[in-house]
Design a binder for this molecule. Structure first.
Ligand code: LIP
Length: 272
């Protein structure tokens, strides 16, 4: 199988897995959905549907690719032997899903030897699915995605997010306070994968956040890059949990410079 054939195969599986999980989550959401457990803090929640969706996705993919590895937010973790690893966030935007808000997504990426080659983000409540294959552009269905031409910095629309730990949120609020007077406005959607796809599709000029996990980032980062955005972390660094940034090229450097100066890459002084 050529690399191109393998990528196409992985994309087909990722799209169908995301479609099936999205249907389960949209049509099967219990009216009385509650919190099944918490993780890093009392506001870092997981529902029965996060767990069910991850089980559906891994079960479907394993049926066709039994030797692939998995890394999932809700515990799927196996190295596999094929060199392919699926990185899965079954519900990106869990708090939104818990509250019945529409901005949540199913994020599925396929890595080969540690490099993401396929990314799929399904946003069922938007009726939209975004995808990318490395080197083949970013798409929303059949529509090719391209990030927005850079506006003047003071007219940029920038999204961010806030973590689940108080010290981190305090510093993140301080960074936003310093940034807001310098840009058009801030948006906080609650799903990193959707924010990254909105940069890819020109619905945002940029997005940054500290504290993302690999499953929040993997698919959306590829989609943003394949749409022509620049992505990274601190200067010279790749996007990571320390800091993830995606922006239309004309905004990337000035925004990265400000985020470095404002301390977007650390949690501030505890108790400050
Ligand atoms: C969410 C991210 C979001 C961030 C939230 C949360 P989850 O992922 O997509 O950008 O601000 O705090 O981490 O936990 O819903 O999969």
């Amino acid at each position: 199988m050529t690399d191109e054939d393998l990528h196409a195969h992985l994309l087909e599986l990722g799209l169908e897995a995301a479609r099936r999980a999205g249907a389960l989550l949209k049509d099967g959401r219990p009216a009385d959905l509650g919190v099944a457990a918490t993780k890093s803090s009392p506001i870092d929640v997981v529902t029965e549907m996060d767990i069910a969706a991850e089980k559906l996705i891994t079960g479907y993919l394993s049926e066709f690719r039994p030797t692939d590895g998995f890394l999932g937010e809700e515990g799927a973790s196996s190295p596999g032997t094929s060199g392919v690893r699926w990185v899965i966030d079954p519900i990106d935007g869990t708090v939104n899903y818990l509250y019945g808000r529409p901005d949540w997504s199913v994020s599925i990426a396929a890595e080969i030897d540690g490099q993401v080659v396929v990314g799929v983000v399904a946003a069922p409540m938007r009726g939209e699915t975004y995808h990318a294959v490395v080197g083949q552009g970013a798409w929303m269905g059949e529509r090719r995605l391209a990030c927005r031409p850079a506006p003047p910095f003071a007219e940029s629309l920038v999204a961010t997010g806030f973590g689940y730990l108080t010290d981190r949120r305090t510093q993140q609020a301080e960074v936003a306070r310093l940034l807001i007077p310098r840009i058009r406005d801030i948006r906080r959607c609650g799903s990193a994968a959707i924010d990254l796809c909105d940069v890819a599709g020109g619905r945002l000029d940029a997005y940054y956040e500290r504290g993302l996990n690999p499953w929040d980032l993997a698919a959306g980062d590829l989609i943003a890059r394949e749409a022509g955005a620049l992505t990274g972390g601190r200067p010279g660094e790749p996007p990571s949990g320390e800091l993830a940034l995606a922006a239309t090229p004309g905004l990337f450097d000035p925004l990265q410079h400000l985020l470095e100066r404002f301390g977007a890459w650390h949690d501030g002084d505890p108790g400050a």
